[in-house]
Design a protein around this ligand. Sequence first.
Ligand code: ATP
Length: 454
Amino acid sequence: MTQTEQAPEVQDTPLVPIDKIVALSKRRGFVYPNSEIYGGVAGIYDFGPLGVEFRNNIRRYWWWSMVQNHDNVVGIEGATITHPRVWEASGHVENFVDRLVDCKKCKRRFRIDHLAPENVAQNKCPNCGGELTEPRTFNLLMETYLGVVEGDRMKTYLRGEACQNIYLDYDNVLKSSRMQIPFGICQIGKAYRNEVTPGNFLFRQREFEQWDLQFFVHPSEMQKWFDYWKEYRFEWYKSIINHKDRLHFREHGPDELAHYAKQAYDIEYRTVLGWQEWEGIHWRQDWDLSRHSQYSGQDLSYTDPETKERYIPWIVETSGGVDRTFLNLLLDAYEEEPDPNGKEPRTVLRLHPMLAPVKVAVFPLQKNKEELTSTAKGIHKRLQRLMVSQYDEIGAIGRRYRRQDEIGTPYCITVDFQTLEDQTVTVRERDKMTQERIAIDALPAYLLERVGWQ
Ligand code: ATP
């Protein structure tokens, strides 16, 4: 498997500037800045009509691969507010901090752990060379209050990471779902962090979504399952990107590892931001369940039904971001393809067909011919029962193709005069722009085979 620092620098298509994705997202309804009419809020975004379809597809594919596809994995959906003691037990109240410095000259702000060692050693701003302030420490947990009566209000936190619910529900899942170790619990859900340097669009937000697996094992099987999930997650990401060489593992060095962790890896993806974490694969040992046993006073140990051995299960964690997946996939898929005839370049999102927000678009060749429009609308209605389909009769066919290419629609269907004679249509494929004639009745099977799970 590829190793961190030695990963090859591959120069294929140029890396896409984030600004292009921000502009496309706004223009076509993937992502909008939150509260924009009030000037917006840094690090918080809303998802538009296409964004929500795309996001649902990404989530569904993760859930299908992780839960539906594994007999020994089940899912939960926990609340985003918990008892405040959870965050004491987890260590977040004490340790979930970022250390910040400001440049006295250009006033820019940096996280110390994001600065190059020479800048830290020389106390020098990487932007303008100015002097940096003394570091200040900030806790990232977002506080909130439960209750309305002053004095009876309880301070708690919006969850700083989604996975804590899994430890809290572990015992309930064990008792209610007839699972036995080894088994896993998955969850997709929102997390909140008062990030001190939110930015780079969806990459670092204050409200974002995580997907987690916590896999509970006997200590003697920890390495086996760690290796299994590390490989499985890597292959999963690889299966949904075009630029496979922009994905690698970064192994954590000894100074980065938590005291209980034998090893840890980040799956990283390379964009204009450089190599950045997409998902972490963590060796959590018995840390989480031991801490929650200790803080709650509840015994969270497990008794093997056959050997009667009693122990606190060890945990393999895989923890990634839905929003980073959203952003990385757009960066991976976006291309401005030069036109061979010297016209405007074709903007195309080469998204995996099963993740594309719209699967098919149906066009009548002309909008003023009733036989063509009614046939096209009929096909659209039929396909709509199976997948997201759009009907479009506005403008020249070429422009309609372009509109769909830009949002990643893998197939466009055109109803023309031949359709009225032999009940066939042309199906045009997004990437190669090839066209095939297909019978109307064969369309559902033809498309489902190409846009469904692989
Ligand atoms: P980073 O080092 O980038 O701050 P982290 O190590 O704190 O990330 P984890 O706590 O391990 O991240 O969270 C798991 C995943 O959640 C990350 O791999 C990332 O995909 C996602 N994630 C974390 N913080 C954010 C954020 N502020 N905005 C969007 N996604 C995030």
